[in-house]
Design a protein around this ligand. Structure first.
Ligand code: OAD
Length: 242
């Protein structure tokens, strides 16, 4: 076993309060594309068109097509060894929960019961008029765009788009977990998106020991205590299985 691996395991076993902080990389081995890697979503789509309120106003059909395609893919994929290992931590450790930037729902599907979804959830819709949020699992776009059954307003995916604020109560709970954690495992995120990345830096400043798992260096690497280079499902399903 390499020294960083042994150190990570020792830190996790001794931790009083662990939090996992995840990004698209944790779902990559399930077959969900990331955003900023080669062939990532933002290489093949203009985020201004499909992931901003202005884009939705200009062309809601284009935006809904983008999210329906992501739903169709999400329906076919399964949690991988990393999601399953993280779900197991709830029983193994004093584990507060998973703070994720992912919208694919795979942590909950793997069995994680405590998940804060900073950027929303692809399986939920939100009424753009009355803001009612509900689970809505359709994967086909009907002839008409989906509308709210309460007020008739246009439904949008319940995800956070560029230029929008994160949900306050989700952020509140996520920060409670992160600020009280003594060990944070950051998995599969480029750390390129704020404010999410700042939550990890702030928790580090408050004293958490931060372990990063990624295939490459990230914007968070200079701030963390330890980086384990490798694919998260391979590591967490193999040498880092605790
Ligand atoms: P990114 O696509 O920016 O970063 C994915 C990270 O995962 C990169 O650092 C990769 O090196 C790493 N990675 C890829 N495959 C991996 C694997 N198998 N194991 C471990 N690491 C792997 O995705 P995020 O950081 O999640 O927001 O992006 C943050 C936000 O930007 C997303 O939530 C999304 C996007 O715009 C919104 O849509 C609001």
């Amino acid at each position: 076993m390499t020294q960083p691996l042994a150190r990570a395991i020792q830190k996790m076993k001794a931790a009083k309060r662990i939090v996992a902080f995840t990004g698209a990389g944790v779902s990559q081995e399930s077959g969900v594309p990331t955003f900023r890697d080669h062939n990532g979503l933002w290489e093949n789509h203009r985020f201004e068109e499909v992931a901003t309120p202005e884009g939705f106003q200009a062309d809601p059909v284009l935006v809904w097509r983008f999210y329906m395609a992501r739903r169709q893919l999400a329906k076919q994929v399964k949690p991988n060894a990393a999601h399953l290992a993280i779900a197991g931590w709830e029983k193994q450790f004093s584990f507060a929960g998973v703070v994720t930037q992912n919208i694919d729902g795979l942590h909950a599907q793997a069995g994680s019961r405590h998940v804060q979804e900073l950027h929303g959830n692809i399986w939920k819709t939100e009424c753009s008029r009355c803001h009612r949020v509900e689970v809505n699992e359709a994967t086909e776009l009907s002839a008409d765009l989906p509308h709210c059954r309460d007020c008739g307003g246009l439904l949008r995916p319940h995800v956070v788009w560029f230029g929008e604020a994160l949900n306050e109560s989700v952020v509140h709970e996520a920060l409670l977990w992160l600020y009280q954690a003594d060990v944070i495992i950051v998995i599969g995120t480029s750390g390129a998106v704020e404010p999410a990345a700042s939550f990890v830096r702030e928790a580090k400043q408050k004293g958490a020991y931060v372990i990063e798992i990624n295939t490459q260096k990230t914007a968070l690497t200079p701030f963390v205590d330890l980086t384990l280079y490798g694919k998260s499902a391979e590591l967490l399903g193999g040498p880092l299985r605790i």
